[in-house]
Design a protein around this ligand. Structure first.
Ligand code: FAD
Length: 530
């Protein structure tokens, strides 16, 4: 059973090693745990529905509670404290496009707002229910999750948009293929959600972001249906897939999507290379990214993140021995870990490995081969469970991400980390910050930062601390020429900063597109477009 107020399956309980907790307490002070609102109490607080009865819509309190939020930190604070600002008035689980159209017509006829819901893993407030006089209907795509068509010759597959990562991969792997899209939220996030948020998977370097994988699809909008056939390329005017990619449920409901698939690779490897310090590591990463080798992943951690990952994964005597060896090789306390992934035929992997490791080592790295591969594979979708454990020990964890050209990365990293580290100084609190670069391009990279601070007994106070941190980090990102989001999207949390990035004409263009698809402003108001 999936947790209703945290991440993941209830049966999976992550433990933070005591040594890591001691280190954290040394940085932030002892954690401040507190009780969470119980499920029964939160469900009992769900008000009466304002929607008239409809055969496709449930107005029961329990599902309305479960579909009231996503996974952003404000969502967590609301769920854990039981203070959700609003609940959907009903939840629907359509099984066909005809039912989706019926629900759109129903919402229009009763003056309701409609929120499309994929896997509920949004981390930027896409799914927060807007309080207000109009009823809200949440539409889950969970029952539209079949494989609809498969064309191995063209390497295309069509799925219902509600299919979640594990199901989609299982269907493709049974036929010898993969999509190669593995966001860390893979366990629950859906194809429709990936497209609607312009998601990026851990192996984007090899397989591409969802933009490259999304070949076409169908959107049911209040104004009608838009069909985008899968074409290998087209010059028939601007690419209309761009209206769907990143549309955040604002323009309509994506009911099905055609994706570009790849045969399951013959072999896959993950290598680790340690660099003595950040500047050398960054330069080596840039060279690797620009060498156009057939790599599936490059992920470089700062010294703080390297140290934390080692404490979480190795620990004990193994860590002591590793530290001793790396010091002997010149990589001391400022060391940075680079993970380097390869996937493909044995021949391309062998050629890629040789060249990539050569470049990394001539760039100052110490190669440790596949030492961390198993650990990485075991943990690649498990790390988010630590957020539950940390919360229970009295610490809040959030992440943010951006991207910029290579030349701006050093100042961007410095500005973002400083804005967070100093962000709660007035309150006399410290913030623990660590980062990595995980998606690289010839012209730049994405920066992903994790930050932790102590919980407070008052949820409003915690929310205001989060807001202060989010605002100062977002200001720092924009001042340094970064994007407000490389992969999580705009949602409600980034909306106040979007205009600074895309300008008034960009905002007006998005607003008028929303009015074309959704003239009465039914769809997911408050996300993406004000
Ligand atoms: C632990 C964790 C790890 C994460 N790791 C990554 C990562 O590695 N890479 C990454 O890119 N993101 C990551 N995310 C963010 C999140 O998983 C992505 O944004 C994901 O694409 C959301 O998919 P979803 O199906 O959960 O969509 P939801 O969260 O349900 O919805 C997100 C938005 O998409 C809209 N939407 C969903 N389905 C449809 C549809 N069928 N039609 C129209 N609109 C729709 C919703 O209305 C909403 O606005 C992570 C999140 C968490 C909690």
């Amino acid at each position: 059973m999936r947790r209703w107020n945290g991440w993941g399956e209830e049966s999976v309980v992550a433990q933070v090693p005591e040594a890591a907790l001691t280190q954290l307490a040394g940085h932030l002070g002892p954690g401040l745990p507190g009780p969470d609102a119980p499920w029964a109490e939160v469900v009992a607080a769900v008000p009466a529905s304002r929607l008239p009865a409809h055969p496709l819509v449930t107005t029961e309190p329990a599902p309305r509670m479960r579909y009231a939020a996503g996974q952003s930190l404000p969502d967590w604070i609301a769920l854990r404290s039981g203070r959700l600002p609003a609940f959907p008035d009903g939840v629907a689980f359509p099984e066909s496009e005809a039912e989706v159209r019926e629900l759109l017509a129903f919402a229009a006829s009763v003056g309701a707002r409609l929120i499309p819901y994929g896997g509920g893993t949004s981390v930027v407030g896409h799914l927060a229910v807007p309080p207000g006089p109009r009823p809200v209907l949440t539409v889950s795509l969970a029952r539209m999750s079949s494989l609809l068509d498969f064309d191995g010759r063209s390497r295309l597959a069509v799925f219902g948009a509600g299919i979640a990562g594990p199901d989609l991969e299982a269907q493709l792997r049974a036929r010898g293929f993969t999509l190669g899209h593995f966001p860390q939220s893979f366990e629950y996030s859906t194809l429709g959600g990936w497209v609607a948020t312009r998601s990026c998977g851990q192996e984007s370097l090899g397989y591409g972001r969802i933009e490259r994988l999304f070949a076409g699809g169908r959107i049911e909008a209040p104004a009608g249906r838009l069909d985008l056939p899968p074409l290998p390329a087209s010059a028939a005017g601007p690419d209309l897939r761009s209206f769907i990619l990143g549309s955040e449920g604002r323009f309509g409901i994506l009911t099905q999507a055609t994706v570009r698939i790849t045969p399951v690779p013959e072999t896959e490897e993950v290598h680790s290379v340690f660099f003595p310090e950040w500047t050398t590591a960054l330069e080596a990463l840039r060279r690797l990214a620009q060498a156009r080798l057939s790599l599936s992943m490059l992920r470089l951690s700062t010294p703080e993140e390297t140290e934390t990952s080692l404490r979480l994964s190795a620990g004990g005597r193994r860590l002591v021995l590793l530290d001793r060896y790396l010091r002997w090789r010149g990589a001391g306390p400022e060391k940075c870990l680079l993970l380097l992934g390869l996937a493909g035929s044995r021949r391309t992997v062998s050629v890629g490995r040789e060249e990539a490791v050569r470049l990394a080592v001539t760039g100052g790295g110490v190669s440790l081969g596949r030492l961390f591969e198993k650990g990485w594979r075991d943990q690649r979708f498990r790390a988010p469970y630590l957020r539950n454990a940390l919360w229970e020990r009295g610490y809040a964890l959030d992440t943010l991400e951006t991207a910029a050209p290579w030349g701006r990365i050093p100042s961007l990293l410095g500005a973002v980390e400083t804005s967070l580290r100093d962000g709660l100084r007035q309150q006399g609190e410290t913030v623990f910050v660590m980062s990595h670069l995980s998606h690289v391009y010839p012209d730049g990279a994405s920066l992903y930062t994790t930050y932790l601070f102590r919980r407070t007994a008052d949820p409003e106070e915690m929310l205001s601390r989060w807001r202060a941190l989010k605002t100062s980090a977002s200001e720092a990102i924009l001042a340094q020429g970064g994007t407000i989001s490389h992969q999580h999207g705009v949602g409600r949390d980034h909306l106040p900063f979007l205009a600074r990035e895309i300008g008034p004409l960009g905002v007006a263009a998005l607003g008028s597109a929303a009015r074309v698809f959704d003239p009465d402003g039914i769809m997911n108001p408050g996300a993406l477009v004000a």
